[in-house]
Ligand binder design. Structure first.
Ligand SMILES: *Cc1c(COP(=O)(O)O)cnc(C)c1O
Length: 222
């Protein structure tokens, strides 16, 4: 890609409704390019490795108004560090992790924003709750009062066609609605973290509220 980051963002933005939050996924992207994205108006960055995020945050200390989103697989032993570094965690994928984050959040005096990662279709390569598993854990999740559980996150299995991808996103939105109707005291279902470079246009059609875009902004990684 020969265009600049700001050119690419200028192409992407008109395809996003104003209500959709654009998270620039900067994993494996050097901080110089993140600064370019920042200059072009990006304030939300997504990372999937704790160590990488820690060193980038140190390098970007002069940009204080960034919201940091963790989007990767989070091991329990990194949970404390994740809470220290990130405002949002999109990839909370089982009850024990949620409960551990809840305990640590109390100790650290933080109230992180959380999405619960769900698998609408079976996918051995991905973490996350299946729908029945999530429904069974809702009461326990509602007890995690130090977490601001905001909604659901999903990644469709690899190799689906557009219609199948739409169905995954649409069913995720309907699941969030179904959960919202249960009127749990604490748990919110306003946010949907769905859509990456290859499928965000489908996620927008299905009513996503946050897209996580890497390649289409920064170019191919690695
Ligand atoms: C890498 C990654 C993205 C961004 O993927 P692109 O295809 O580069 O846009 C989004 N979400 C998650 C969870 C990722 O790991």
């Amino acid at each position: 890609m020969s265009s600049s980051i700001s050119d690419r963002l200028a192409t992407i933005r008109p395809s996003l409704p104003a209500s959709v939050r654009l998270i620039a996924v900067s994993k494996q992207v050097p901080t110089e390019l993140m600064r370019e994205a920042y200059t072009a108006g990006i304030r939300d960055f997504g990372e999937n490795r704790i160590q990488e995020a820690a060193s980038k945050q140190a390098e970007l200390q002069d940009l204080p108004d960034i919201t940091w989103h963790f989007i990767g697989n989070l091991q329990s032993n990194k949970a404390k560090k994740a809470l220290e570094l990130f405002d949002w965690i999109h990839s909370v994928d089982h009850l024990h992790l949620a409960q551990r984050l809840n305990t640590l959040a109390l100790q650290l005096g933080v109230n992180p924003q959380i999405c619960l990662q769900v698998k609408i279709l079976p996918d051995p390569n991905k973490a996350g709750w299946t729908v029945p598993e999530l429904l069974a854990d809702l009461q326990a999740l509602d007890q995690c009062k130090n977490l601001q559980i905001q909604g659901l996150m999903t990644i469709p299995p690899f190799g689906l066609n557009e219609g199948e991808i739409f169905n995954v996103f649409d069913q995720t939105r309907k699941l969030a609605q179904e959960i919202a109707k249960k009127h749990l005291q604490h748990l919110q279902m306003h946010q949907l973290s769905m859509g990456m470079s290859g499928d965000y246009h489908i996620a927008v059609q299905a009513g996503t509220t946050m897209v996580r875009l890497g390649t289409i902004i920064f170019g191919k990684r690695g």
